[in-house]
Design a binder for this molecule. Structure first.
Ligand code: 13P
Length: 252
């Protein structure tokens, strides 16, 4: 079986201006120097350039939180894959539930963005996850598998291998209420099976699937012990160097 490198990604959302980003990195970078997991920070757009300069020659990678799928043009307020690539960013979060809920992103725009990110050699971190109502109705697996299938529409196997999925149950985001490791594994295992069904076992074994939703130093070990959980997409607990370091060093 192929072994997947664990990935810890910090999604800062609309937090950490330029100064706070640089302060974070001054204290975070020396701490994580020797760690073997892959680490990504996703600051807001206005902090990306300063972060990119500071990350040169380090073991921490840079990601954006969103992008448009077009390369350039009349799209006021949007940022293109070429602009992210130039910084350079390595990753881009696509289809976070907050973007789907508050900014009208759909499975179709998510699919367009994933294709564009892959074309420009940005690794997409594609977010999927159910609402509390959907979980209570017992349709979690069906709903999330639908999101995965629509996200992957028209994407070739070799390209699909480069995608990172993040399973983020909406009811667990910012609520302090983490999914149990077993519940997270159930959905993430189902995502891997779905990828195997859509492509083959080789693609399914290559794709990394993260869990997100109230991940903190206290619960990361238990989540990472599950067979199919390859890392975490961390919101609140990634804002402070100390707690994100504690998450990234879960295996020490
Ligand atoms: P919290 O870790 O703050 O719950 O946020 C999770 C998330 O949405 C990461 O993308």
């Amino acid at each position: 079986m192929m072994s997947r490198i664990p990935l810890m990604a910090g999604n800062w959302k609309m937090n950490n201006d330029k100064r706070e980003t640089l302060d974070f990195l001054s204290s975070f970078l020396p701490k994580v120097k020797e760690l073997t997991v892959e680490i990504v920070i996703c600051p807001p757009f206005t902090s990306l350039y300063a972060a990119a300069e500071k990350l040169v020659g380090t073991n921490v990678k840079l990601g954006a939180q969103n992008m448009h799928w077009e390369e350039k043009g009349a799209f006021t307020g949007e940022v293109s894959p070429l602009m992210l690539k130039e910084l350079p960013c390595d990753y881009v979060i696509i289809g976070h539930s907050e973007r789907r809920q508050y900014f009208a992103e759909t499975d179709e725009t998510v699919n367009n963005k994933i294709k564009s990110a892959l074309k420009h050699e940005l690794a997409p971190i594609v977010c999927v996850g159910e609402t509390l109502e959907q979980r209570e109705e017992g349709i979690t697996i069906d709903f999330v598998m639908g999101q995965v299938e629509k996200a992957l529409k028209g994407i070739e196997a070799e390209e699909a291998k480069k995608i990172v999925f993040a399973y983020e149950p909406i009811w667990a985001i910012g609520t302090g209420k983490t999914a149990s490791a077993a519940d997270a594994q159930e959905v993430i295992g189902a995502i891997r099976n779905k990828i195997s069904e859509l492509y083959n076992k080789e693609v399914a074994e290559a794709v990394r699937i993260l869990y997100g939703g109230s991940v903190k130093p206290e619960n990361i070990k238990e989540l990472m012990a599950e067979a199919d959980i390859d890392g975490a997409l961390v919101g609140g607990a990634s804002l402070k160097a100390e707690s994100f370091y504690a998450i990234c060093s879960f295996n020490l």
